[in-house]
Design a protein around this ligand. Structure first.
Ligand code: SF4
Length: 190
């Protein structure tokens, strides 16, 4: 789509107008209205359910609505290990999604096969379909999941289709308490 400038009338308590690019307006709208298709195959599914539960409130990001029809979905969450027998199914689901569409690899197995280094497991979903965001972890914590979701939103807003990887966070609680305890224990053992 070309860079077309539109004037948008803003209705509300006050009236006015703003100028923007149509592309930017659409991207802004899309990044906050993501219908998700969860393709859940393995134990990462438990953490996915935690991440989309009310405790973590994924609705803040406009991404809470699941759709179990690929044609109504914007984001394909691939959650867990992908076996060779599931690969054609995953490919079919991706092809049934309408453009624009995005893919998130949830967890290490979906990203690269994890520790399943054998002939039955696909070593990462990008061997079958394109991937926009990789979320490492076995399983990833909800905080990492939201980092991945926000990374995808940034990519949607900027039109960036290059793959992105969620960087690990240092857990401050672990750094301050548990690690000190571990080091102390290790010192005593010596
Ligand atoms: S990354 Fe870990 S938790 Fe997730 S599916 Fe693989 S083995 Fe299970």
């Amino acid at each position: 789509m070309g860079e077309v400038t539109r004037t948008v009338t803003i209705e509300g308590n006050e009236q006015g107008f703003a100028t923007t690019k149509l592309d930017a307006l659409l991207s802004w709208a899309r990044k906050y209205s993501l219908f998700q298709y969860p393709f859940v195959t393995a134990c990462c599914g438990m953490e996915f359910m935690a991440a989309v539960s009310p405790r973590f409130d994924i609705a803040r990001f406009g991404a809470e609505a699941p759709r179990f029809s690929p044609r109504q979905s914007d984001v394909l969450w691939v959650v867990g290990t992908i076996s060779q027998r599931q690969a054609p199914v995953l490919r079919r689901i991706y092809e049934q999604m309408m453009e624009p569409k995005w893919v998130i690899a949830f967890g290490t197995c979906a990203s690269c096969g994890g520790f399943y280094d054998n002939y039955t497991t696909v070593p990462g979903l990008d061997k079958i379909i394109p991937c926009d965001v990789y979320i490492p972890g076995c399983p990833p914590r909800p905080e990492a999941v939201f980092d991945g979701l926000m990374l995808l939103q940034d990519k949607i807003a900027s039109g960036d289709r290059s793959p992105g990887v969620v960087k690990p966070r240092q857990d401050p609680a672990l750094a301050k308490s548990d690690l000190v305890t571990l080091r102390t224990s290790a010192g005593r053992a010596e």
